[in-house]
Every structure is written in C-alpha cells, then in structure tokens.
Ligand binder design. Structure first.
Ligand code: SF4
Length: 244
C-alpha cells in the first residue's frame, strides 16, 4: 500500500483495509510503535488471534487495574501460552492509588459518579495514557454494537493524547456478536469464562455484572448507576468512542 501523505487520505485508505491488512500495514510501517491494547474481552482475543496469523510479534498491552476477575487473569496466562507472547501490563501509579484509597476508601465507586470516574482515572485512564505514550498506532476492540454510545465509532480515526496524534484503529468495529462468536469457535480462540456466567462486557470485579437478554452489552457496568438514569457506561479511555 502506498502511504498517503495527507492524514485524512491515510484514514480513508486504511478504512478500506481488512483487519488482517491493517495489522500487516501497522507492523510494517510502525513496528513496535503499533500495538493492541485489550482488556481480554472476546473481540480483543479475536484481534490477538488475527494478528498472530498475519503480523506476529506485534505488541499486546493491557491495563491491569489490580481489580480484575480471576477469570481474566487466568485468560491472560492462557493467551500468553497459546500465542507464545508476553503481555505488557500497565498498572496504576502506586502512590496515587494509595492516596485515593486513604482518602476515599477502596469502594469509592459506589459513592457517586464523580468518585467512580476518579477511580477509573487512577486505575484505568492514567495507565492507559502511559501505554499510549509508547504507541503511534493503537488497536482497540471497540464494536458499534456494544452500546448506543459506541454506535458511531469509526474504524480508523486520529485521536489526541497528551498533545499528540495517535491513529486509533478498531479493526472489528462493524463485526456482529454472531461473527465474533463464529470466529472464536472456528479458530478455537481462548475466551473469558465469565461469558458462560452471563457477562456480556467484562472489566473490574464488582463494577461489572452479568446482563439480561434485553439489555445493552455494557448495561452491567456500574449497575447501581442505572437507578439514576445514567446511560453512558464509559470509564474515560474511549470518550472519543462516538467519533465526535
Ligand atoms: S471499573 Fe470500578 S474498580 Fe475499575 S477502575 Fe473503574 S470504578 Fe475503579
């Protein structure tokens, strides 16, 4: 592929590529400055499988909030063994974390939306920002069918982080749940055991719960906020997820 000089043209060109072609392009053009950041939900595992077939060696990064489910930690170990990779873990800053717990307690997220956002900022957003400092191309597992908020997520977009442009690519953004499930079955992709327990979105323990069939995939996040009518179920990492 001829790399477009114009950044808008580049996005337009990349939008035409398949997930496999996007991984190949990113590895060739950006090497170790390209990587997958995943929380090991089903789309993330499919991305790792696709990448391992066409662009092996690409970095796989996760934000470990230190409050993940045992099933998620087990899946990480399984993925490392299956694909022969070493997952890079970015964790909360220890001092900021301790200060937050001392001031507000371990379970501050129950108190208010503001304190939930503070917890997410320290445990997720800040470590994710540190990870992004090491990347020029950020692969993410966002899909449009995950929530109304994510329904207009672009496949490829420029985002600003710390005054710097990063190419954010959601290669499976238009995949349906059925397509993801079919790929997982066909290729025997490792899957988080929590899906068998009714979870449709997986994050921190307590803050993520199983969902009912009529609910959005992310409805189980911070479920107590449903009582106040809160609709935006985002931690802050993907607040550009709508593409706005
Ligand atoms: S999901 Fe919950 S525990 Fe995890 S960082 Fe956000 S508020 Fe904190």
């Amino acid at each position: 592929m001829t790399v477009a000089q114009n950044e808008t043209e580049l996005v337009a060109q990349l939008n035409q590529l398949s997930p496999e072609q996007l991984f190949v392009w990113a590895k060739k053009e950006h090497g170790q400055r390209a990587g997958i950041i995943t929380s090991f939900q089903d789309t993330g595992c499919v991305m790792i499988d696709l990448m391992s077939r066409v662009a092996p060696g690409m970095r796989v990064i996760t934000v470990d909030t230190l409050r993940l489910h045992d099933e998620t930690y087990a899946l990480m170990r399984e993925v490392e063994q299956r694909y022969g990779i070493q997952i890079e873990r970015f964790t909360p800053d220890p001092e900021a974390l301790q200060q937050m717990i001392t001031e507000h307690g371990e379970y501050l997220f129950f108190d208010s939306r503001a304190k939930q956002e503070l917890c997410c900022q320290i445990r997720k957003v800040e470590p994710n920002a540190r990870a992004l400092e090491t990347l020029d191309v950020w692969f993410t597992g966002l899909r449009r069918d995950q929530s109304e908020f994510r329904s207009s997520t672009p496949k490829v977009q420029w985002v600003f982080r710390n005054g710097r442009r990063i190419l954010k690519i959601a290669p499976l953004v238009d995949w349906s749940q059925e397509r993801v499930d079919a790929y997982i079955t066909e290729h025997n992709v490792p899957k988080n055991a929590l899906y068998e327990k009714g979870y449709t979105s997986i994050g921190c323990i307590i803050c993520t719960t199983p969902t009912l069939s009529h609910e959005e995939k992310r409805a189980g996040r911070w479920r107590w906020q449903n009582m106040t009518g809160e609709k935006v179920k985002e931690c802050g990492i993907h607040m550009d997820g709508s593409g706005i």
